[in-house]
Design a protein around this ligand. Structure first.
Ligand SMILES: [Zn+2]
Length: 478
């Protein structure tokens, strides 16, 4: 048996103990020797992630597999090879096609039995979960940093941000604009008037745009960073105010900012209902023509009285440059999004069902083979009994051969029991349930959320929703 030893470590794993190339090599060499394998070659991808199969040594390995140079592939753990279920299948199928066995040391998984392949399938799915969870870890990382007093945002008018040192320093020109906003606000100017004034002076937002009402009100409402502070909200807990250690030279004093807050609070209850917060999908909705939808509100007369309705519409269609003149109403869109999530959850489910049905099909074939083997052994026993009757063999010979056949039958029955268990397990596979639940759960949560929570969820996890007269596509922020 000629063994290929594959080792991989990504750049950020290099420092972690147990993951080093040397450790992998040492352990696998010992493993190969213990199993009487002849080591054909070492394939080492140092500093490569498992995100795809595009790794030089892995490609060499696959070529050698196809050329019949190796019979066994050994890895330290499954995730050394890949973290992606589809990639895993590609590799396993290649190994199977060229009759190459596969051993993962720490997963104790082989591909020479259907149950081994099943286990591999499950583990592959879990490895993928692991990867998907790293997206959540980024959010957690930001929270960790917040606890230490780091304000985290990329672009804030008034400051320049250094992504390396994570520090905010005053941008003199922009800081002037910020001070003007707060000054006018404290003089009693309304948001709309301030925005108009800033635009008449030719001042621009951080993105280089004209000021809109909400970009002014947001700064007054949430601009704690202008006095060197920020709100930190741990999950399910009340927000707390922290000093930002990475804002060196705040634009406003705390007193100045607090004064502005008091003035705003005086009008808050009157205006809050009609603010931009009421648009759940603000800045996330894009027309099929590529233009963002803009927001607008109108009063509508209902049985319950006068209600403010919120709509989205393609900006180009207003100008007659887009065919899609469909308006999307905020509350209806929320429902459409919930339906989209449900559909999405079901689609994912079908993909997994298909994958598992393939496995079940294979296992059933294995079961058929085992049944045939069993019949053969039973036939042998019958012939043996006839032989004994015909006195073709003596009692001793009979007993010895019969013992052998009984053992063989027991083994086959044990094998069949395992296969049946696996089929059963597969039909209610936890991993499938888990993935389904995950998607369904998202849609359930959605129904229970308040409008501001929905908005927060959309703003955080949805990059873009492509809309025609219905939701065409949702791009998530991972
Ligand atoms: Zn359009």
């Amino acid at each position: 048996m000629k063994a290929a030893i594959y080792c991989r470590v990504s750049t950020d794993e290099q420092a972690r103990e147990g993951y080093s190339i040397e450790a992998q090599k040492r352990n696998l060499t010992k493993y190969a020797i213990d199993n009487n394998f002849e080591i054909y070659d070492y394939y080492i991808d140092d500093g490569y992630s498992a995100k795809d199969l595009n790794r030089p040594k892995l490609q060499d390995l696959l070529n050698d597999v196809k050329d019949g140079k190796v019979n066994v592939v050994c890895v330290w753990a499954l995730d050394r090879l890949t973290r992606d279920v589809v990639d895993m299948w590609t590799l396993i199928n290649t190994f199977n096609r060229y009759d190459v066995e596969f051993y993962s040391m720490t997963d104790s998984t082989t591909t020479d039995t259907a149950s081994g392949r099943l286990e591999l399938n499950v583990k592959g799915i879990f490895a993928q979960y692991e990867r998907e969870r790293t997206g959540e870890r980024v959010v957690e990382g930001m929270l960790e940093r917040a606890k230490k007093g780091y304000y985290t945002a990329n672009r804030v008018l008034g400051y320049d941000y250094d992504p390396i040192t994570k520090e905010f320093t005053q941008n003199p020109e922009e800081a002037k604009t910020v001070r003007l906003i707060f000054e006018l606000h404290c003089r009693g100017w309304g948001i709309y008037k301030i925005a108009k004034h800033l635009n008449s002076l030719g001042l621009k937002t951080k993105e280089g745009n004209q000021f809109a009402n909400n970009s002014v009100s947001y700064k007054i409402r949430n601009g704690w960073y202008y006095c060197g502070k920020f709100m930190y909200k741990p999950k399910n807990k009340k927000a707390i105010l922290l000093d930002a250690i990475n804002i060196n030279n705040p634009i406003l004093t705390e007193e100045e900012f607090m004064t502005a807050q008091k003035i705003r609070n005086a009008n808050y209850s009157k205006t809050r209902k009609y603010g931009s917060e009421a648009f759940t999908f603000k800045r996330r909705l894009q027309c099929v023509c590529g233009k963002n939808f803009s927001t607008y509100s109108t009063w509508s007369l209902r049985k319950t009285g006068k209600v403010m309705m919120r709509y989205y519409k393609c900006r180009k269609s207003d100008e007659g440059r887009c065919e899609n003149n469909k308006t999307a109403r905020n509350d209806i869109l929320e429902q459409e999004f919930a339906d989209f999530l449900k559909d999405f959850a079901n689609k994912e489910f079908i993909v997994l069902i298909e994958r598992n049905n393939e496995m079940i099909f294979e296992l059933k074939k294995d079961l058929e083979n085992a049944e045939k083997d069993l019949e053969k052994e039973i036939g042998r026993r019958k012939r043996l009994q006839y032989l004994l009757l015909d006195e073709g063999i003596n009692k001793e010979e009979f007993e010895s051969l019969n013992f052998e056949i009984t053992n063989s039958i027991n083994q086959i029955e044990e094998r069949m029991k395992n296969i049946k268990n696996n089929i059963e397990g597969l039909e209610s596979l936890n991993a499938v349930e888990k993935e389904k639940e995950l998607a369904v759960m998202l849609s359930h949560i959605w129904e229970e959320l308040t409008q501001p929570e929905k908005r927060e969820l959309i703003q955080r996890y949805v990059k873009r929703i492509i809309y025609s007269d219905h939701i065409e596509k949702v791009e998530f922020i991972l």
